[in-house]
Design a protein around this ligand. Structure first.
Ligand SMILES: [Zn+2]
Length: 299
């Protein structure tokens, strides 16, 4: 599988080509739209395998971390190829693990942020002047189109996080770490919350791009179960288990799943360096994490 790794800045145009090609080539692909971004871009979800016993994979929360979207698109492609041709993925046929397990993959939770990071502020449509007023350095843009960091906008310790943001001088829309005027104020977060409440899943994994580590806990909910799964993911990938600190605590997707849905959830930081990671990093990252992506579905 490795020889065919997709290496591409996954902006809106490329994702559309990919999406059409996957749907056109494989009639078993089950694709849905779980919601729309602030600028009206689709938030796509791909489902593979069983309808029960499912997990959720999400990427592209932070604009400049679009390599996480690329990681999940490569996984989608390899699942499709394996289901179609009975080729091996991580040493087994996809049909062997997808008979009894299922996975929902949302490659890009923040399509506006990814577009801003790759193609600049003009892609933010009516929010372009706001983006320009915040920064001209859009390559490092993390937030959505109105400057809210989606991973600070979930309802899990949001008030405490807001306090820390204000203490750090983050009172206004920003390219990073501004949690919004209230939790779940952003359509992208609302879409993901609604989707997660609509299905009975075992656990969820959010992919981010900085640190080669795994965050696995929030408070005491699901502590042992999270730790057990995280240890397996860590052993498989070689990524360290970590505890977030300061402005990285609370407000995130993982935190909300653990806190409000009482299910295990994880943040996996897939790479190391400075965001955005060079697109060529996808080769080593995908090789290193493919086994873990399969393990995460069945564990
Ligand atoms: Zn991130």
């Amino acid at each position: 599988m490795y020889k065919d790794i997709i290496e591409c800045a996954v902006d809106e145009k490329y994702r559309k080509i990919f999406s059409d090609k996957i749907s056109g080539s494989y009639d078993f692909v089950n694709k849905s739209i779980i919601g729309y971004s602030l600028c009206g871009r689709e938030i796509e979800c791909y489902h593979f395998g069983a309808r029960t016993n499912v997990v959720i994979y999400c990427g592209g929360f932070h604009g400049s971390e679009w390599i996480t979207t690329l990681l999940l698109m490569n996984f989608i492609k390899d699942i499709c190829v394996s289901l179609c041709n009975n080729t091996l993925i991580s040493g087994i046929k996809a049909s062997n693990f997808l008979d009894n397990y299922g996975v929902y993959i949302i490659p890009c939770v923040n399509p506006d942020g990814v577009e801003i990071a790759i193609n600049g502020s003009c892609t933010a449509k009516e929010y372009a002047p706001l983006v320009d007023s915040i920064t001209y350095d859009t390559v490092h843009w993390q937030s959505n189109a109105r400057g809210v960091d989606l991973n600070h906008n979930f309802n899990a310790g949001w008030e405490h996080l807001k306090h820390l943001e204000i203490e750090s001088g983050i009172n206004f829309p920003s390219y990073t770490r501004y949690g919004g005027s209230n939790y779940e104020s952003e359509p992208e977060v609302q879409a993901l919350v609604k989707f997660c409440k609509s299905i009975d899943f075992r656990h969820a994994i959010a992919f981010h791009s900085q640190g080669e580590e795994i965050y696995w806990n929030y408070g005491e909910n699901q502590y042992e179960k999270c730790f057990y799964i995280a240890k397996a993911l860590s052993a498989n990938s070689g990524y360290a288990l970590s505890f977030p600190e300061g402005l990285a605590v609370g407000g995130g997707f993982k935190d909300w799943v653990i806190d409000k849905l009482n299910k295990p959830a994880f943040t996996i930081e897939i790479g190391k360096g400075k965001n955005p990671l060079p697109v060529s990093d996808i080769h080593s990252i995908y090789r290193r994490l493919l086994d873990m992506l399969v393990l995460g579905v069945v564990i």
